[in-house]
Design a protein. Structure first.
Length: 68
């Protein structure tokens, strides 16, 4: 899957191909159709809120459930 990944604070996001494991019990795989980067993501990107990197952003999303 392709994802916008924060690899360094205050640097442009990297569009990377990532491997994804099959969903576990209680999880679902969703094919993302649209995603936004909100202010929470922005605070992480500019370093206001410390976080471990790398990090996939865009938790406000819409998509199609493909696997459960």
């Amino acid at each position: 899957m392709k994802a916008a990944v924060l690899t360094e604070i205050a640097k442009p996001l990297q569009i990377l191909d990532l491997d994804q494991k099959a969903p576990k019990a209680g999880e679902a795989r969703v094919r993302m159709k649209a995603s936004g980067v909100c202010m929470s993501d922005w605070h992480l990107m500019i370093g206001d809120w410390p976080t471990k990197l790398p990090l996939v952003l865009g938790h406000e999303a819409a998509g199609i459930v493909e696997e459960i």
